[in-house]
Design a binder for this molecule. Structure first.
Ligand code: NI
Length: 137
């Protein structure tokens, strides 16, 4: 029986959505007020779900303390209170939408988790907007 287990972490970060290949006018058309050069911030919520068999000796799919450590080391400590366009080396050159963040976070987490366990990464930007990357069970 496969069971899903989720850890939620929060961070605050600033960003500006723009494509440097576009003119200012086109950026405004595509990204609206999110392209404002001053940028703006969000209180992000990151949810990471692992899926696997329950270990009969521990009752865990994975120790959530270990999962929390991986999330903090790979993601939170680099992005919290940072500007995602400028301060985060591994986000440079990317447009910091929730979609791109979920995709990029997945790659960083997967490398440091037991093989095959990562199931879903959700980046909640606001109550109304979020993006997720997941694998097919
Ligand atoms: Ni935004």
């Amino acid at each position: 029986m496969t069971v899903l287990v989720t850890r939620r972490e929060k961070f605050n970060a600033g960003h500006r959505l723009f494509n440097p290949a576009f003119t200012d006018e086109h950026n405004l058309e595509v990204f609206g007020k999110c392209s404002n050069p001053s940028g703006h911030g969000h209180n992000y919520v990151l949810e990471v779900t692992v899926a696997g068999e329950v270990d009969p000796e521990t009752g865990y799919v994975m120790d959530l303390g270990i999962l929390s450590d991986v999330i903090n080391k790979q993601i939170i400590q680099d992005v919290d209170h940072r500007n995602l366009n400028i301060d985060v080396e591994w986000m440079r050159g990317k447009i910091p939408t929730a979609e791109v963040m979920a995709d990029t976070f997945w790659d960083r987490l997967e490398e440091h988790l037991p093989a095959g366990l990562l199931y879903r990464v959700v980046v909640r930007e606001t109550d109304k907007n979020w993006a997720e990357r997941r694998r097919v069970l």
